[in-house]
Design a protein around this ligand. Structure first.
Ligand code: 5GP
Ligand code: ZN
Length: 116
């Protein structure tokens, strides 16, 4: 799905300004807003304004858009932290994806726990 306004999609509604969010930065094509339940001192979600369900669909259809999401995340990480960060795209319910509008979790601030 590549509509910029997918009905019933929470993040499309945030992009459209229909649901409030703590927006920290945006570009022509992407938006960065604070996660409602932060898991790190800096926990920002970075999403394209266009609706794609997950990162492989996004990358296949719009690789430049994916690069712009990463560039926006990198800028936010420098603005809100020291430019060191973790970027996570949960892909599929078993991986923890609950919102099917592609978004990167930008986690930063202090020491992040390592993976097992
Ligand atoms: P996922 O589990 O799909 O990778 O990530 C979804 C994220 O969206 C979760 O970390 C959750 O806390 C966050 N979230 C869910 N609802 C809202 C909301 O209404 N506003 C904001 N800012 N974040 C939300
Ligand atoms: Zn959407």
């Amino acid at each position: 799905m590549t509509s910029s306004d997918s009905p019933d999609c929470l993040f499309c509604k945030i992009v459209a300004g229909e649901i409030p969010a703590d927006v920290v930065e945006s570009s022509d094509t992407a938006i960065a807003f604070r996660d409602i339940a932060p898991k790190a001192p800096v926990h920002v979600l970075v999403a394209p304004k266009e609706h794609y369900p997950d990162v492989p669909a996004f990358a296949a259809s719009d690789p430049e858009g994916l690069a712009s999401v990463i560039a926006l995340a990198d800028g936010v990480a420098s603005e809100l932290g020291d430019g060191q960060y973790r970027l996570i795209f949960n892909t599929g319910p078993k991986a923890g994806q609950t919102i099917f509008h592609v978004h990167a979790h930008l986690l930063a601030g202090g020491e992040l726990p390592g993976f097992a």
